[in-house]
Design a protein around this ligand. Structure first.
Ligand code: PLP
Length: 357
């Protein structure tokens, strides 16, 4: 079976096996990672090592903190404005899908977020950067690098004229090299590309640690978390440990450069099949911003045919292909842990289904 769910998503099989093998006794400690104190030297080493691996994989400069937080991506919809909007009270949002729209809405509780371009009726394109109205006084410019639901991904870094850039990379972090120095802050829930649900990684530049609104809860405060090495309170220990193992797997498999090469190969395969299917399969996303992680498509634009597609896919051992409840259709999520050979097998099924229907 291959699981193409959007998140929580497939983890590398070797990582799951390793977790299974050391679940009762982590490294000769006679204690399970599920039981171990977060203040123990063993666990503190796991935190330090996992940060070091993240720094190595993404070449994170020294003037950025790497934090492990809780509350998921949704927690950061509040965490970002709580920590950053205090500088001027204003923030700019580039809205290209459901998740950035939700983030902009949540920010209204803490200041004055503004959309840099009108929100389209349906998502599937990035508004032309030449048309964005950016406020030089914004505390930050926010965008979602990969919209998981609609399958819209930025293949460029937005230019903000010196205003700190904030990115939600929940569904594409560690799938490509990133020039961290172009960002003020990047965050990502772990449950797609880097581990189980429960931990959210935040990469934040040092100079942005000092603008939090006084009401910022300590558990969402970047400054508090940075000062206490992500151990202000009991962290999601198991999730952090598992993220460390996934980082090892990425390092052993050629790093983020190889993840990007595979992502291009896997997504090209699926989009080519869709485009050459004479309208049997359709993608509503503009080719310039099609996601390499989430490939949503319709089958004959017909829900009945899509139900049949999902049923036959399951019988062929392909799981988790149902589109997000808000948009319907089919969605193949092809994060790092999905191997090119597995996408190639899905591609054969997609071709056969079209031929038979
Ligand atoms: N941002 C993106 C891009 C997502 O895909 C998701 C969830 O799928 C979220 C934010 C929300 O994350 P969470 O469910 O961890 O709150």
């Amino acid at each position: 079976f291959v699981y193409f769910g959007a998140g929580p998503a497939k983890l590398p099989t070797t990582v799951l096996e390793r977790i299974q093998g050391e679940l009762l006794d982590l490294g000769g400690s006679h204690v399970s990672i599920l039981e171990m104190s977060h203040r123990s030297p063993e666990f503190m080493k796991i935190v330090d090592d996992t940060v070091a691996k993240a720094r190595k994989l993404l070449n994170i400069p020294d003037n950025y903190q790497v934090l492990f937080m809780q509350g998921g991506g949704t927690g950061q919809f509040s965490g970002v404005p709580l920590n950053l909007i205090g500088r001027t009270g204003k923030a700019d949002y580039i809205v290209t899908g459901s998740w950035s729209a939700k983030a902009a809405k949540e920010a209204e509780k803490y200041g004055q977020p503004r959309l840099v371009a009108p929100k389209p009726a349906t998502f599937g394109a990035i508004p032309d950067p030449a048309s964005w109205s950016l406020d030089p006084e914004a505390s930050y410019v926010y965008y979602c690098d990969n919209e998981t639901v609609e399958g819209v991904e930025f293949h460029f870094v937005p230019e903000t004229n010196g205003v700190p850039l904030v990115a939600d990379m929940s569904s594409n972090i560690f799938s490509k090299p990133i020039d961290i120095s172009k960002y003020g802050l990047i965050y990502a829930g772990a449950q797609k590309n880097i581990g189980p649900a429960g931990v959210t990684i935040v990469i934040v530049r040092d100079d942005l640690l000092n603008h939090a609104l006084p009401i910022t809860p300590n558990v969402l405060s970047y400054k508090v978390m940075a000062k206490e090495n992500s151990l202000h309170n009991t962290p999601p220990c198991f999730a952090i440990y598992a993220v460390g193992l996934v980082f090892d797997w990425i390092l052993e498999n050629g790093g983020v450069e190889e993840m990007e090469r595979r992502a291009i190969e896997k997504s090209d395969l699926l989009y080519n099949l869709i485009d050459k299917s004479n309208g049997f399969y359709t993608s509503v996303v503009d080719p310039s911003c099609r996601s390499r992680m989430n490939v949503p498509f319709r089958v004959k634009k017909d829900e009945k045919v899509e139900e049949k597609f999902l049923k036959e896919a399951k019988a062929a051992k392909f799981l988790g292909l149902k589109g997000h409840r808000s948009v319907g259709g089919i969605r193949a999520s092809i994060y790092n842990a999905i191997l090119p050979e597995q996408v190639s097998r899905l591609g054969s099924f997609i071709e056969e289904f079209a031929a038979n229907n």
